[in-house]
Design a protein around this ligand. Structure first.
Ligand code: CDP
Length: 222
């Protein structure tokens, strides 16, 4: 059966990665989470202390060995041979990743890594996948959800009980990141004209996955 490329973009915590991974599993495709690469660079820069060094940043970045390792049904990231995992989802990384992702050298480096992946049978999620990374993707989906719902989901992901206060704090962090991601000069977060928007505010994960799989089946038939 024909294997297509699926691009899933959208703002922070709109459910992209969960949906992308599940769609890949259902279809026997591979999930490529582009946000992991931005997080991996940010985490390494924080750990090694070159994050705020304007003069060193691009030079150190150029010397890093960044590899996307196939770990079916997804890809993992190694930097200089070290495997990166949960630490990439820390609050410290979240607070800095959008500034790092605005840097031209970072975007150029990650674009090359993503475009080197075999694109037939890939479900790639991020901010600029349908617009810049895989502009020829046969299916482009743009996932959105209300900021309060996105904040609530992130609180639940941390196994915390959502309250007005922790949801509001999380919502503000997500909105700050969306603002930087949407307003940067290179590859901003924007819906591609040919992307299908799905509002997941009142949808459960299974409903989102079913909707995307149905769109894939429709595209394969045409
Ligand atoms: O999971 P969540 O939606 O919170 O974020 P992510 O997909 O892990 O992406 C983390 C950050 O990386 C985003 O806020 C963007 O700043 C950046 N990013 C990007 O610029 N372009 C992409 N294609 C993917 C992520």
């Amino acid at each position: 059966m024909k294997r297509i490329t699926i691009a899933i973009d959208g703002p922070a915590a709109s459910g992209k990665s969960t949906a992308a991974r599940a769609v890949a599993e259902r279809l026997g495709y591979t999930h490529l989470n582009s946000g992991l690469l931005y997080r991996a660079i940010t985490w390494t820069a924080l750990r090694d202390g070159w994050l705020s060094s304007e003069s060193d940043f691009d030079e150190v970045l150029a010397g890093l060995d960044i590899v996307l390792v196939p770990t079916p049904p997804t890809f993992s990231v190694t930097i200089d041979g070290a495997w990166l995992g949960r630490e990439m989802h820390s609050a410290q990384v979240a607070a800095r990743v959008s500034a790092v992702a605005s840097r031209p050298a970072v975007r150029e480096r990650i674009l090359v890594l993503l475009q080197a992946v075999e694109r037939a049978g890939v479900v790639c999620d991020g901010r600029d996948i349908g617009t810049v990374v895989f502009p020829d993707a046969a299916l482009k989906v743009f996932l959105v959800a209300s900021a309060v719902e996105r904040g609530r989901r992130r609180v639940l992901e941390r196994n915390e009980q959502p309250t007005d206060e922790n949801v509001r704090m999380e919502k503000e962090l997500l909105e700050a990141r969306d603002e930087i991601d949407s307003s940067r000069d290179i590859a901003p977060l924007v819906r591609s004209a040919d992307a299908i928007q799905i509002d997941t505010t009142v949808l459960g994960p299974e409903e989102v996955i079913d909707a995307i799989v149905a769109l894939v089946q429709e595209r394969i038939r045409t």
